[in-house]
Design a protein around this ligand. Structure first.
Ligand SMILES: [Zn+2]
Length: 252
């Protein structure tokens, strides 16, 4: 087992002052106060708002489960997660102290990961979790894999989840592939393998402003099976929202 992502960020990416601020939040996690808790069923989507300074914790409560996570500024949803810039600034795979950036013209951090307990087993190759350069599964992809129409998929679940907030499908662009384990193969392909996330693992997102989070629990479940497999290993995910006791500072 290797856990070098945090050391990498410490050395090369996050400036010291910023690191100390987020490390302080992380160190206070036993003192966060719980605001709400709910479960998202497998192969469904749900969107919810949290305020600036609050934490959304995505818990692996039943078994390894990929979550496609989209983020919007709740005050102005035209400001949304921008995967390209996040990848350029933070790396291909995100972890503790990674920041999730919005699109132009007001590119700004929407949320920062302040804890990621998932440990990656790299015995299968140079794999990591939580990549930012993937998209979301969609009706066409499932049809090509199975020959069936009408199967649940992350794109339609994300679209449905944001509809109650007045957003059309046009709002759905980039997302984080939370808990998904991927590796780059020698021929340059990105391959998904079964997530190493275990029951009890979680990832904490600190809201840098009021945000709308849209989460789709991928029908591909743990990622351990191909799309064409009729039996996908799927689990619910438990979300907790906390008051962190901290307010964002303008590291931009
Ligand atoms: Zn999916």
């Amino acid at each position: 087992m290797m856990r070098d992502a945090l050391d990498f960020r410490r050395k090369f990416i996050t400036p010291q002052l910023m690191l100390e601020f987020y490390a302080g939040i992380r160190a206070a996690k036993d003192r966060y106060s719980l605001i709400s808790q709910f479960e998202i069923p497998p192969a469904t989507g749900l969107a919810f708002k949290i305020g600036r300074g609050q934490i959304a914790r995505f818990n692996i409560s039943h078994g390894p489960q990929i979550v496609d996570l989209d983020i919007f500024n709740a005050q102005d949803p035209r400001q949304r997660l921008w995967a390209n810039h996040t990848m350029n600034s933070e790396g291909f795979w995100l972890s503790t102290f990674s920041r999730l950036w919005s699109n132009l013209p007001n590119s700004r951090p929407l949320a920062t990961i302040v804890e990621d307990t998932v440990e990656t087993d790299q015995s299968c190759g140079p794999a990591r979790h939580h990549h930012i350069f993937g998209g979301h599964c969609n009706p066409q992809e499932w049809y090509r894999a199975t020959g069936k129409r009408g199967l649940p998929n992350c794109y339609e679940n994300l679209c449905a989840s944001v509809a109650p907030f007045g957003l059309s499908p046009d709002a759905i662009h980039d997302n984080l592939n939370l808990f998904q384990k991927t590796l780059l193969t020698n021929d340059g392909m990105l391959r998904t393998v079964r997530s190493d996330a275990r029951v009890g693992d979680f990832v904490d997102f600190f809201a840098e402003t009021d945000v709308l989070l849209a989460a789709a629990l991928c029908p591909r479940g743990s990622g351990g099976t191909e799309l064409s497999d009729p039996d996908q290993e799927r689990y619910p995910v438990t979300v907790q929202v906390f008051q962190s006791g901290f307010l964002p500072t303008p590291f931009e």
